[in-house]
Design a protein around this ligand. Structure first.
Ligand code: ADP
Ligand code: MG
Length: 246
């Protein structure tokens, strides 16, 4: 019996071949890893190696072809309020204001709360990402960085036990990214939730993660594995990009 908070074992993902006689496409197999409660894990790896596929499976939005996925002893099967997701493209509801976007999830999460409690709690999270002044704007009236802050506030405000972030800063300029990275650390320090974040930015992984997984196209042609890179701090970027599997 494992004591890990999340345990993925022998996961594989295959897609049917493009035509009738074409062989199936194996994106990865034998992917196993654990997440401990409260840790911040970044997963890095080349484009197309299957990072989003793994995250979507953890979110309950997709399924592995093989393998098991357990959170606190229970098989993950479909989406749930105990898991929050942040995507690169923000996925905000365009007809709602920033505050309403956050309130929406908070209201669903704590049904007994008064409207005032829902607003106060939502505002607390919007303030943590520096958005106090713009909460009544709709997404179209916000910059990309602000939209992603709303999306982060929305995901954290419902206090999910596991936060899943898929390249959340991928569309942002370096300056904005730095500011929001700091805010993400602040909000994570506040609640100590478990975070699993995909990034293609090695420096971001070095900055944020307790542990870094490298998803790699290993020696078996295009079949990837998740390799943990064990690096003490301060970390050295060169050690990661010189990794034989990178
Ligand atoms: P990453 O997030 O690491 O860039 P993804 O998880 O998005 O990679 O995709 C992994 C691989 O699966 C890619 O090579 C992609 O082309 C392939 N893939 C994703 N969805 C499908 C699908 N519906 N049919 C066939 N191949 C797919
Ligand atoms: Mg991806």
């Amino acid at each position: 019996m494992s004591h890990a908070f999340v345990e993925v074992q022998q996961a594989a993902k295959r897609f049917p071949g493009a035509s009738k006689n074409a062989p199936p496409l194996t994106v990865f197999e034998n992917v196993s890893f654990q997440l401990q409660k409260g840790e911040f894990v970044c997963i890095i790896g080349h484009s197309g190696c299957g990072k989003s596929t793994i995250m979507n499976a953890l979110a309950g939005l997709d399924q592995f072809s093989d393998g098991s996925m357990v959170m606190e002893g229970k098989e993950i099967n479909g989406p749930g309020l105990e898991r929050g997701v942040v995507f690169q493209n923000y996925s905000l509801l365009p007809w709602l204001t920033a505050l309403e976007n956050v309130r929406f999830g908070v209201r669903a999460r704590w049904k007994a709360w008064s409207e005032r409690q829902v607003t106060e709690h939502s505002m607390e999270y919007l303030e943590m990402v520096g958005l106090k002044e713009v909460v009544s704007r709709k997404p179209s009236q916000l910059s990309g960085g602000m939209r992603q802050r709303v999306s982060i506030a929305r995901a954290f405000a419902t206090k999910p036990k596991l936060l899943l972030l898929d390249e959340p800063f991928g569309a942002l300029d370096a300056l904005t990214r730095g500011v929001i990275q700091d805010e993400l650390v602040k909000i994570w320090t506040h609640d100590q939730q478990t975070v699993f974040m995909i990034t293609h930015d090695v420096d971001e992984a070095i900055l944020l993660a307790d542990r870094i997984f490298l998803m790699t196209n290993g020696p078996e042609a295009r079949i990837a594995e998740a390799v943990e890179i064990d690096l003490p701090r301060p970390r050295n970027r060169a050690e990661i990009i010189k990794h034989p599997n990178f």
